[in-house]
Design a protein around this ligand. Structure first.
Ligand SMILES: NC(=O)c1ccc[n+]([C@@H]2O[C@H](COP(=O)([O-])OP(=O)(O)OC[C@H]3O[C@@H](n4cnc5c(N)ncnc54)[C@H](OP(=O)(O)O)[C@@H]3O)[C@@H](O)[C@H]2O)c1
Length: 246
């Protein structure tokens, strides 16, 4: 088990959940390659997490990048977390361009890196964690195609797990479905959008949500799931903790 923690790759590692996941993996003993497009946020993450965090300025949707990084680093843990902030508007105000934003970033990059993990392939015992969303279960009527894009991420996980089994690759594929939370960028936009729709301020909406999910809890959950091969492969996470998805 200690081997798989030697090298990790985290997409979208410069802010929000991704940064907290990178921090939790560094704490667990991993050298973490953290990918994002913005250099300044990555540099700040490096200052916070220290030399075990290796920043890589790149667009995670790039298929060639995915193949090259997986080949060069052969991570034991690959966390697919990068995501676009949805355009918050009712469906009649979405264009295909705004509606498909999560498909073009979240889903597209999960497909690229999942393919790379299977085609390389990663070593037996490696774990690929994709971050979907509770919206994949419940819908998200103001987020355009966000819920569908995250449902597709669940399917990609299941297809990849089957291919790993068929070829006896021993790669584990896990998906985490976080609840909306104002503590990271995507959820902050969601909370602002749903609060405006109801004509309340975001703090009122957050107070109704109960215990708020923190990025730190998401980071800890990723490490727990990686360490526990017997865990259910799909897990919802809320402020109350992890719950296997039936
Ligand atoms: N926050 C929530 O409430 C919530 C709930 C359920 C699911 N999720 C999911 O959790 C994931 C992270 O969300 P978050 O709220 O932590 O988001 P966030 O705070 O907005 O951070 C997004 C991260 O992804 C990076 N990123 C975006 N596009 C990228 C690209 N094309 N290539 C590389 N990096 C890219 C961003 O850096 P750059 O912009 O500099 O590239 C940033 O590091 C997303 O997939 C989201 O859908 C979030």
């Amino acid at each position: 088990m200690s081997d798989i923690f030697s090298t990790a790759v985290v997409t979208g590692a410069s802010r929000g959940f991704g940064r907290a996941i990178a921090a939790a993996l560094v704490d667990a003993g991993a050298d973490v390659v953290g990918i994002a497009r913005g250099e300044a946020d990555l540099a700040a993450t490096r200052r916070d997490l220290g030399g075990r965090f290796v920043p890589m300025v790149a667009d995670a949707t790039d298929d060639t990048l995915a193949r090259e990084v997986v080949h060069a680093r052969r991570p034991g843990v690959l966390v697919l977390n990068a995501g676009a902030v949805p355009h918050m508007a009712p469906v009649q105000e979405q264009t295909w361009e705004t509606f498909s934003r999560a498909w073009e970033v979240d889903t597209r990059h999960v497909l690229a890196w999942t393919r790379a993990a299977l085609l390389e392939p990663l070593a037996p015992g490696s774990v690929v964690v994709s971050i979907s969303s509770g919206a994949a279960l419940h819908g998200s009527p103001l987020s355009g195609g966000y819920a569908g894009a995250n449902a597709a991420i669940r399917h990609v996980r299941a297809y990849a797990a089957e291919e790993s089994d068929r070829a006896a690759l021993g790669i584990r594929f896990v998906t985490l479905l976080p609840q909306m939370t104002p503590t990271a960028g995507v959820g902050a936009a969601g909370v602002a959008g749903y609060a405006a729709r109801r004509g309340v301020d975001p703090d009122t909406l957050v107070a109704e949500m109960g215990t708020v999910l923190s990025p730190g809890a998401v980071g800890a959950a990723v490490v727990d799931l990686v360490k526990n091969p017997g865990a259910a492969p799909e897990q919802a996470i809320t402020g109350a903790g992890l719950r296997p998805v039936a």
